[in-house]
Design a protein around this ligand. Structure first.
Ligand code: GAL
Length: 385
């Protein structure tokens, strides 16, 4: 908490300094500027892929919000290809986009494209995923990244009764997200800081050699990419989980939990278990605790069926509103409000707006309907009502 307060104070200080710098006409400043963007200007939105549910929602929500405000919007999806995303961003700049909003496929590979956008005078907003290793990022809007991992790890800790003194040892397997996505590291960091002490005391063990193995000496920086799933793909997660089951759980061994950072990965894990270990039965003690993230439709179904225990809900409607507010403030030459943190992208500290993620289980699954994230009709269909 102290660190957060320090961060807020530092960012507020930065914003003030930037505000002063802006008076001198410094375009790279993060505060108010006298350069306004004309009404009806073009905003580019570059999403990483259409093949994952959330980016469609994210892109379309933001586009609709901005069009209501009178902006022209170019929305592109990059098919998980960094070169495609860079071409998409170049196209936005060629069409005179004054602001580009980018959810990077590859946080580092997208650097040169946003640098060109910046050189052409556009402001750059990193959307959900940070753009790495460049100065050409003005703002970042996302959710409290480590908190996602905290919610997942705490769910496992609570369900296994670790705080109540259960000694196990419990078998857990761990996965992280895409190795080219900076978010994946932070999700794991939040989780690992809570799980590591239980590895230290021997209550949790990860018996497979997945990614070279995870033990009490593993570290976030040293290990997160080794247990990653390229492009967050279900198929890759399934393959990896199948080899874990073949190597380590093929003689009836118990698997107590799987730390999964994304519902698509959880689905791969579930597929693998159902293929390789039909004796594990959802809803009984034989089935592992499986976490997730994004509250995808498939996760609503899986949580309702009891194959997945938990997901982390990040309300993309709120993220779209937060970014829309940023865009309007930038366009009006005002200081961007609501900055409550900063993230270092290996070059600069990027002023960030961080929203709160929420843990979802069977008990509060219908909150997703109340939040307007899924319709009642779809929810009923997914939960078999
Ligand atoms: C991350 C994002 C997650 C999830 C994942 C897979 O960058 O923060 O919410 O969507 O990508 O798309």
């Amino acid at each position: 908490m102290k660190a957060l307060k320090r961060t807020i104070a530092a960012v507020a200080g930065l914003a003030m300094m930037a505000g002063l710098a802006a008076c001198g006409g410094d375009r790279t400043s993060s505060g108010a500027t006298d350069e306004k963007i004309e009404e009806g200007a073009t905003v580019g939105i570059s999403m990483p892929t259409k093949s994952e549910e959330r980016w469609n929602k994210d892109g379309n929500n933001l586009k609709a919000n901005l069009e209501k405000k009178g902006y022209k919007v170019i929305l592109s999806f990059a098919d998980d290809k960094p070169a495609q995303q860079n071409a998409d961003i170049e196209n936005m700049v060629n069409n005179d986009a004054k602001i580009v909003v980018v959810a990077a496929k590859d946080g580092t590979a997208v650097g040169p494209a946003v640098e060109k956008a910046r050189d052409a005078g556009a402001k750059v907003i990193a959307y959900d995923r940070l753009i790495m290793n460049t100065e050409a990022v003005d703002y970042y809007a996302t959710f409290q990244l480590e908190q996602v991992g905290v919610l997942e790890a705490n769910y496992i800790i609570d369900t296994l009764g670790l705080k109540d003194g259960e000694k196990g040892p419990f078998n857990i397997e761990l996965f992280t997200g895409s190795p080219d996505d900076n978010n994946a590291k932070y999700f794991f960091k939040g989780a690992w800081e809570l799980l590591q002490p239980y590895f230290e005391s021997g209550v949790l063990v990860s018996p497979s050699n997945h990614g070279g193995g995870i033990d009490k000496d593993s570290t976030v920086d040293g290990n997160w990419q080794k247990i990653s799933v390229m492009s967050w793909k279900t198929e890759q997660a399934q393959k990896d989980m199948e080899s874990i089951l073949d190597s380590t759980y093929s003689h009836g061994e118990k698997l107590d939990a799987v730390l999964s950072p994304y519902d698509g990965i959880s689905q791969g894990v579930i597929n693998a278990i159902q293929t390789k270990r039909p004796d594990m039965v959802p809803g009984t003690d034989t089935w592992p605790v499986i976490t997730g993230q994004d509250a995808m439709e498939i996760a609503i179904k899986n949580i309702s069926d009891g194959t997945q225990a938990q997901t982390v809900f990040k309300d993309v409607n709120k993220l779209a509103t937060a970014v829309e507010e940023m865009i309007v403030e930038i366009a009006e030459g005002k200081e961007v409000s609501g900055i409550n943190g900063e993230f270092n992208n290996d070059k600069i500290d990027v002023p960030s707006k961080l929203l709160d993620p929420v843990s979802i289980t069977k008990d509060n699954l219908s909150d997703l309907v109340d939040a307007g994230y899924v319709t009642q009709e779809k929810f009923d269909q997914l939960t078999g009502k």
